[in-house]
Design a protein around this ligand. Structure first.
Ligand SMILES: NC(=O)C1=CN([C@@H]2O[C@H](COP(=O)(O)OP(=O)(O)OC[C@H]3O[C@@H](n4cnc5c(N)ncnc54)[C@H](OP(=O)(O)O)[C@@H]3O)[C@@H](O)[C@H]2O)C=CC1
Ligand SMILES: CC(=O)[C@@H](O)[C@H](O)COP(=O)(O)O
Ligand SMILES: [Mn+2]
Length: 393
C-alpha cells in the first residue's frame, strides 16, 4: 500500500533482493505511470489506484502491453487487497489519514502488518491495537524510531506489548534530527519555503513527512505513535535531538541500562528487519562506519521554536480525540503550506486553534474519529481561506 511513494519504493527495492516473497497486489493514489513500471517488474495479480482516472489510464496501458493485471479503484478496493486471503504481509505506507482504512482492514483480517503509516495510530491507536489483539494480527513498526525501539526490546516484549512493562522497560527515548531548521532563528522560520522545508538533512522522504520533520510535528506524531504501539504513558516517552540520525532511538531499563539501535539513515533497514522478523535478511543499505561518522550529539528539543512538538505531547496527554484533531489540522495546514497558501509558522497556529475549539470527548469510536477528523479539516480549511496571501512574511 503506497507502492509509488518513498517507503513503497524502498520496500520494492528490498523485495528485489528477496525472491522468496512475491508481490500479490500493489496499491497507490494517482501515479499510474510509476505503477505501470512496477507492474512490468513485479507482476502483481491486482493493482489498485485510489484515483479513478489513474486507474482507467493504468488499465488501458496494461491492456496495450498485454499485461494480465486486474485493476481496481477507490478505498474499498484498497481495503480488499489489504485483507485478501492470498496476502500474508501488508506494507501500510499510504501517507496520511488516507492510509487508515486499508491499514485497519489488514489488521482486522489478521495479517502481519508492516506499519509505516503513523497517522493510523495517531488517529485510532486504541482501536487499532485492540483490533490487532482481537484478530491475532502482528503489527511491526516501520517508522525508523519505533522499529529501533522494537529491536531494543526482548522477544517477549516484541511479541506482545503487555510484556513491555514486565520486561523492566522504564522509558523509551525517541531521537529527532531537528530537521532542516534545527538552528534557524524565529525570524528565519517566518519566511522559509516549502523547498527548504522538504530538504531534510539526513533522510529522503515524501513531502508531507518532510514538512512534519521540519516543524517537529513528525516527532510529535511519533510520540503519540510510541504510546499506542508500546502501551506506554506519555511520561515514559522522551524526545532527544540527535542531528546525525545514526542512533535511531533507545530503550532505558530499570537497572540503568540503555539499549540503542544504530544504522545508516536508510529506510530499507527497518523494512528488511520487519519483512524478515524474527530472522534477518540483507537490505541493500550501506553498513555503518562509526570511525568515519560525524560525532554523535544529543540535546534537549526547543519547544518554543518548535511548538508542534509541544502541541502533540499535550494532545497525547489529553487523550480522547485530541490526537485526531491534531493530525487532521496538521494535514490540512501542511498541504496549505506546500501550496504556498500559508507560512511555516502558521502550521502550529492552525493546529492550536483547532485543538482549542473542537471538543475531544471520550470514549473514542470509529464513527466519532471520522466525524472529529471531518470537523477539524473543515475548521483548518476555513482558517486558511481567511489568510491574506503573503501576510505571513
Ligand atoms: N518516507 C519515509 O522515510 C518515512 C515515512 N513514514 C510514513 O510512511 C507513510 C508514507 O510516507 P512516504 O512514503 O514518505 O510518502 P510519499 O508521499 O512518498 O508516498 C505516499 C504514498 O501514498 C499514496 N497515496 C497518497 N494518497 C493516497 C490515497 N488517497 N489513496 C491511496 N494512496 C495514496 C501515494 O500514491 P501516489 O503517489 O500514486 O498518488 C504514494 O504511494 C507516511 O505515513 C509517513 O509518515 C514513516 C517513516 C519514514
Ligand atoms: C525515517 C523516519 O523514520 C523519519 O520519521 C525520520 O525519522 C524523520 O526524522 P526527524 O523527524 O527526526 O527529522
Ligand atoms: Mn520516524
Amino acid at each position: 500500500m503506497g507502492s509509488t511513494g518513498s517507503v513503497g519504493l524502498s520496500t520494492l527495492d528490498v523485495l528485489r533482493r528477496q525472491q522468496s516473497i512475491s508481490v500479490y497486489a500493489l496499491g497507490a493514489g494517482s501515479n499510474w505511470r510509476l505503477m505501470l513500471e512496477q507492474c512490468r517488474e513485479f507482476r502483481p495479480e491486482i493493482v489498485v489506484m485510489e484515483d479513478l482516472m489513474a486507474a482507467e489510464q493504468l488499465a488501458a496501458a496494461l491492456k496495450h502491453e498485454k499485461l494480465d493485471v486486474q485493476v481496481g479503484t477507490g478505498q474499498t478496493a484498497l481495503c480488499e487487497i489489504a485483507s485478501a486471503s492470498e496476502v500474508s504481509i501488508v506494507m501500510a505506507a499510504i501517507v496520511g489519514a488516507a492510509g487508515l482504512p486499508s491499514a485497519l482492514a489488514a489488521v482486522m483480517s489478521g495479517k502481519t502488518v508492516l506499519l509505516a503509516n503513523k497517522e493510523s495510530l495517531v488517529m485510532a491507536g486504541r482501536l487499532f491495537t485492540q483490533a490487532a489483539k482481537d484478530s491475532g494480527a502482528t503489527v511491526l513498526p516501520i517508522d525508523s524510531e519505533h522499529n529501533a525501539i522494537f529491536q531494543c526490546l526482548p522477544l517477549r516484549g516484541q511479541q506482545s506489548n503487555d510484556q513491555i512493562a514486565p520486561s523492566g522497560v522504564r522509558k523509551v527515548v525517541l531521537t529527532a534530527s531537528g530537521g532542516p531548521f534545527l538552528h534557524a532563528s524565529p525570524d528565519q522560520l517566518l519566511s522559509v519555503t516549502p523547498e527548504q522545508a522538504c530538504r531534510h538533512p539526513n533522510w529522503s522522504m515524501g513531502q508531507k513527512i518532510s514538512v512534519d520533520s521540519a516543524s517537529m510535528m513528525n516527532k510529535g506524531l511519533e510520540f503519540i505513535e510510541a504510546c499506542y504501539l508500546f502501551d506506554l504513558n506519555p511520561d515514559q516517552v522522551k524526545v532527544l535531538i540527535h542531528p546525525q540520525s545514526i542512533v535511531h532511538s533507545m530503550v532505558e531499563y530499570i537497572d540503568g541500562s540503555v539499549l540503542a539501535q544504530l544504522g545508516s539513515p536508510d529506510m530499507r533497514v527497518p523494512i528488511a528487519h520487519a519483512l524478515a522478523w524474527p530472522e534477518r535478511i540483507e537490505s541493500g543499505a550501506s553498513f555503518l562506519d562509526l570511525a568515519a561518522s560525524p560525532d554523535l550529539q544529543f540535546m534537549e528539543p526547543d519547544m518554543e521554536r518548535f511548538p508542534c512538538l509541544e502541541l502533540a505531547i499535550a494532545a497525547a496527554r489529553a487523550g480522547g480525540h485530541a490526537p485526531v484533531v491534531l493530525n487532521a489540522a496538521n494535514e490540512i495546514a501542511v498541504a496549505g503550506f506546500l501550496e504556498r497558501k500559508l507560512g511555516f509558522l502558521q502550521i502550529p497556529q492552525i493546529v492550536e486553534k483547532c485543538l482549542e475549539q473542537i471538543s475531544c470527548p471520550e470514549p473514542v469510536s470509529m464513527d466519532m474519529i471520522l466525524e472529529v477528523d471531518r470537523q477539524a479539516r473543515a475548521m483548518a480549511e476555513d482558517m486558511i481561506l481567511g489568510f491574506r496571501p503573503g501576510s505571513w512574511c
